[in-house]
Design a protein around this ligand. Structure first.
Ligand SMILES: Nc1nc2c(ncn2[C@@H]2O[C@H](COP(=O)(O)OP(=O)(O)OP(=O)(O)O)[C@@H](O)[C@H]2O)c(=O)[nH]1
Ligand SMILES: [Mg+2]
Length: 308
C-alpha cells in the first residue's frame, strides 16, 4: 500500500484524535474497544476491575485515525493499586478530544453511576454517552432512560449500543469522526495498540485466570512475563515464562488447582491466545508466587506497569 502524503490527507479531510472510554467496572468498555479495533487489544471478563492500565487501541480508516483509550472502571479505591487505577482514568479524561462514557443500561442506575456522571461534569471535552448491553433490555425501557440521562448534562450524543453484538457501533463511530479535528495520524497506520506483545501476553494469561477464578482471587492475582526468547528458526516455538502473583499462601494451591489442573487449563488457553496474537508457536511456562500485599506495594505496582 502506498501511504498518503500529508497534503493528500488534508485534502481528503483526514481527521485524527483521542477518545477516552470511561465507565463503571464491567460496563463493557474493553469489549467495545476490541470490537472497534477488530481484534483483542484489551482483555475482557465478567469480573469487575478487569482493566488495570491505560490501553490504547488505534483505528485507522480512510476518513481518519481514532486513538481510543481504554481505562480502568471507575470505583472506590481501597488499595494503592486501585488508587493508581483511578488516577489513570482521571488522567485519561484530560487532554482528549472526546470522551465516550459507557453505562450498563441493563442495570439500574446506582450511586456509582451518579459518581461517574458527576466526574463527567468536570470534563472539558465533549462527552458521548453510550448505553451498553441493550441486547439485554426490553426496548420500551430505553426511552425513559435516555430521557432521564438527557436531563443530567449536555451530551454530544446518547447512543444505545451492544458492544457484545456490535449493534450501533457504526453509529458511534460516525459521531466520533464528526467531533475529531482535521489532522495527520498520531500513530503509524498499521499499529493497533501502543502496548507491547510482552504486556499483552501477560494480560492474556491474566484473562484466562479471571475466567477461572472467583471471590477475591480475580482481584489479588497479577501476571508478569519474565522470560521471552525468540528462536532463530521462526518455525520453532517462542519460549515464554510468566509468573502469576497471589497475595497469600492459601491462594497458591487454588491457582494451581487439584493436581495442577487449573494452572494447566490457564496455560493451555493462554498459549492459544498468545499464538494467535504472535502468529507463531509458543511454549508457555507458568509459575505461581506469593507476594504478600502486592496491591499496596509501589515497587511491585511499578513492575506491573500500574503507574500514576
Ligand atoms: N450482554 C452483553 N454483555 C456485554 C456487552 N458488552 C460487554 N458485555 C459483557 O460484560 C462483561 C464486562 O465486559 P468488559 O468489556 O470486561 O467491561 P469493562 O467495562 O472493560 O470492565 P472493567 O475493565 O472491569 O472496567 C463481560 O462479561 C462482557 O462479555 C453487551 O453489549 N451485552
Ligand atoms: Mg475493561
Amino acid at each position: 500500500m502506498v501511504e498518503a502524503t500529508e497534503t493528500e490527507r488534508a485534502q481528503h479531510g483526514f481527521r485524527s484524535g483521542t477518545v477516552a472510554l470511561v465507565g463503571r467496572p464491567n460496563a463493557g468498555k474493553s469489549t467495545l474497544l476490541n470490537r472497534l479495533i477488530g481484534t483483542k487489544v484489551s482483555i475482557v471478563s465478567d469480573k469487575p476491575q478487569t482493566t488495570r492500565h491505560r490501553i490504547r487501541g488505534i483505528l485507522t480508516e480512510d476518513r481518519g485515525q481514532v486513538v481510543f483509550v481504554d481505562t480502568p472502571g471507575v470505583h472506590r479505591p481501597h488499595y494503592r493499586m486501585n488508587r493508581r487505577m483511578m488516577n489513570v482514568t482521571r488522567q485519561a479524561l484530560e487532554d482528549v478530544d472526546l470522551v465516550a462514557a459507557m453505562i450498563d443500561a441493563s442495570e439500574p442506575l446506582g450511586r456509582g453511576t451518579e459518581f461517574l456522571l458527576q466526574m463527567l461534569q468536570r470534563v472539558s471535552a465533549p462527552v458521548i454517552l453510550l448505553l451498553n448491553k441493550v441486547d439485554r433490555i426490553a426496548k420500551p425501557k430505553l426511552l425513559p432512560l435516555i430521557d432521564r440521562l438527557r436531563k443530567v448534562d449536555e451530551f454530544a450524543a446518547i447512543i444505545p449500543i451492544s458492544a457484545l453484538k456490535g449493534a450501533n457501533s457504526d453509529a458511534f463511530l460516525e459521531v466520533v469522526f464528526e467531533y475529531l479535528p482535521p489532522g495527520p495520524p498520531l500513530f503509524p497506520e498499521d499499529d493497533l495498540t501502543d502496548r507491547s506483545v510482552r504486556f499483552m501476553a501477560a494480560e492474556l494469561v491474566r484473562e484466562q485466570l479471571l475466567h477461572r477464578t472467583r471471590e477475591e482471587l480475580p482481584y489479588t492475582t497479577a501476571v508478569t512475563v519474565d522470560y521471552w526468547k525468540e528462536p532463530q528458526d521462526p518455525k520453532r516455538q517462542i519460549e515464554i515464562a510468566a509468573t502469576i502473583y497471589v497475595e497469600r499462601d492459601s491462594q497458591k494451591p487454588i491457582v494451581i488447582g487439584k493436581g495442577g489442573k487449573l494452572l494447566k487449563q490457564v496455560g493451555t488457553a493462554a498459549r492459544g491466545e498468545i499464538e494467535r496474537l504472535l502468529g507463531q508457536r509458543v511454549h508457555l511456562q507458568l509459575w505461581v508466587k506469593v507476594r504478600p500485599d502486592w496491591r499496596q506495594k509501589a515497587r511491585i505496582l511499578d513492575e506491573l506497569e500500574i503507574t500514576l
